[in-house]
Design a binder for this molecule. Structure first.
Ligand code: MG
Length: 337
């Protein structure tokens, strides 16, 4: 009997110790990045959270959504969770294949591409991450009607979530900002804003989203929460692109690096650690948010994991490519606020 009494007393003590431990843990540890920061907005050349604080997030971009490229076996909740827990990702980009040169893209196969991206969007929302819905095309001005229909659908379904960011044109080619790109953006933005008045919209810029300086000389006016796309690949894009980015910021537009790579602009070649560091320092200094290209095991320099790696996460260091290792080292140390 006495033994039983002592046992019960011990159990009670353990229980209250457990409770004290849990209660004394800072609350923020259990909150997701979106619970902490809420809806994002653009203020001057910065992106701010719901408390008016300038924020900068690090994350990953998935690869094209179409079935042919076979990157969509990574399109699952387990990988999104792995990137969040093991890589410290706070933002995920999901590229809807929407280019006319990709024969099973959304332009020809609406259902499977939507089905694929929604797995990632829903996972990101459930896990409390930001998620960029990207119209992944290099010819979007030729398919404005389809782009508008797509974003109407996304805004209707997801516009109420603070997690969601619309990226309306991945990488325009060498086309004119004033007469082609800006009108495309204004038309798409007008339709999104009829449904979703507030979530961030990121606008593609000429020359594979490098000519942010040109966009900054004639920015879009009349809408809130508009930022501009800057893409860089450390192997190809050096001082001259850093200078363009600096000029755009000085002219007062907000930038988001929705896609960047450690290698050459074609997604291949060797990692350039020196210029990755320069770009990371620049993005820290100017508090830019960025997503690395890409979550794939394709035999190409930019892939973060090696061929045949588990498509559900649980990756060891040995599963990571040179690019994957370098990207992860920056992401785990990024202060996501
Ligand atoms: Mg909204």
């Amino acid at each position: 009997m006495r033994f039983l009494f002592i046992l019960l007393l011990t159990l009670a003590a353990c229980d209250s110790f457990q409770k004290t431990k849990v209660d004394s843990m800072p609350k923020s540890n259990t909150k997701s990045v979106v619970e902490i920061n809420g809806a994002l907005a653009v203020k001057g050349n910065k992106i701010i959270n719901a408390k008016d604080k300038v924020v900068s997030f690090a994350g990953s971009s998935f690869f094209w959504s179409n079935n042919y490229y076979n990157a969509n076996h990574f399109y699952n909740k387990e990988v999104v969770k792995w990137l969040k827990d093991d890589w410290n990702a706070s933002i995920i980009r999901v590229p809807l294949a929407a280019d006319p040169t990709v024969m099973d893209s959304h332009l020809y196969d609406l259902e499977s591409n939507i089905e694929n991206i929604e797995k990632v969007i829903d996972a990101a929302i459930a896990l409390g991450l930001y998620v960029i819905i990207d119209w992944h095309s290099q010819h979007a001005e030729d398919h404005e009607t389809e782009a508008i229909a797509f974003f109407q659908k996304m805004a209707t379904k997801y516009g109420k979530y603070p997690n969601v960011i619309y990226e309306i044109y991945n990488e325009p080619l060498k086309i004119d900002w004033d007469t082609v790109l800006k009108p495309y953006a204004e038309n798409v933005i007008a339709e999104i804003r009829k449904i979703d008045p507030d979530n961030l919209i990121i606008v593609g810029t000429p020359h594979w989203s490098q000519d942010v300086d040109i966009a900054s000389e004639n920015p879009i006016i009349g809408y809130d929460n508009i930022a501009y796309t800057l893409h860089f690949y450390a192997g190809s894009h050096k001082e001259w692109l850093l200078n363009k980015a600096k000029k755009a910021l000085d002219n007062g537009i907000a930038l988001m690096v929705t896609e960047w790579g450690t290698v050459n602009a074609d997604g291949n070649g060797a990692v350039d650690p020196e210029y990755v560091k320069k770009w990371m320092d620049f993005m820290k200094e100017h508090q830019l948010t960025h997503c690395n290209w890409s979550v794939h095991d394709k035999d190409e320099g930019a892939s973060i994991v090696k061929k045949g790696t588990n498509p559900k996460g649980n990756w060891t260091d040995d599963d990571l490519t040179e690019s994957g290792k370098l990207v992860k080292s920056y992401m785990v140390n990024w202060k996501n606020d």
